[in-house]
Ligand binder design. Structure first.
Ligand code: ZN
Length: 225
């Protein structure tokens, strides 16, 4: 790419870029350690410690969506089975909604309507849940319980100062956070407490774009001609 464009280039995934975006310009500003978790169609995370991305030996640090959490045999997009992404991502929410639509179609009318009359989308489901739709809330609770488990893994292993939730599902904001904190309290240990703050991304869908700009700023001035 550098040869084709004739300028220095950096390549990274959306989770790492989102992490840098929120660290430099968003909800993670000033945090000594921060984990950005993106919950959209898939699920991933980017880890920032003292301003630097933690990439790991194989540049695969932060793949929280592909931690196996279940023996259910659910096939993940990565080729593995039982990954967290199968239960806590936007795609998982939509898959669960499809099951409801097949088995209990009388309960999904509002979700279908808010999804534009077609297949239920995670966005339509979150809107229905915010209105108090019982089936949407049921699916939201189920997936958020898995998300709480995933975030507790991050908290137990890294104990970051801040976890920033990004991606389309996180934009439901207070509803997701309230549900999440309920499950975090339920799953908590009385002896291993933590003060990690959990917040929603300040840059919405644009966290990775801001992060890409931050990566560009890391390229030495001398090679930015
Ligand atoms: Zn996977």
């Amino acid at each position: 790419m550098e040869q084709t464009l004739g300028i220095p280039c950096r390549l990274d995934n959306d989770a790492n870029a989102g992490a840098l975006g929120e660290y430099h310009f968003g909800a993670g500003r000033g945090a000594k350690s921060m984990v950005y978790v993106t919950i959209s169609t898939g699920m991933g995370s980017g880890i920032v410690y003292e301003g630097k991305l933690v990439r790991g030996k194989d540049c695969l640090a932060g793949e929280i969506g592909h931690v196996p959490v279940s023996d259910s045999g659910a096939r993940c997009g990565c080729g593995g089975r039982g990954c967290l992404e199968c239960f806590a991502s936007g795609a998982a929410i939509e898959a669960r909604a499809r099951e409801w639509a097949e088995r209990r179609p009388e309960h999904v009318a509002r979700m279908v309507e808010l999804s534009g009359g077609q297949e239920i989308t995670a966005k339509g489901l979150m809107q229905a849940a915010a209105e108090g739709d019982a089936a949407a809330l049921n699916i939201l609770r189920e997936t958020t319980r898995w998300l709480a488990r995933g975030l507790l893994m991050i908290i137990r292993i890294l104990n970051p100062h801040v976890i920033v939730l990004g991606g389309g599902v996180a934009q439901s904001g207070a509803l997701l956070l309230d549900t999440l904190h309920g499950f975090l309290d339920e799953l908590a240990s009385p002896t291993i407490t933590y003060s990690t703050e959990i917040v929603v991304a300040a840059l919405g869908n644009y966290s990775p774009l801001y992060g890409a700009a931050a990566m560009g700023l890391e390229i030495p001035e001398s090679s930015r001609q």
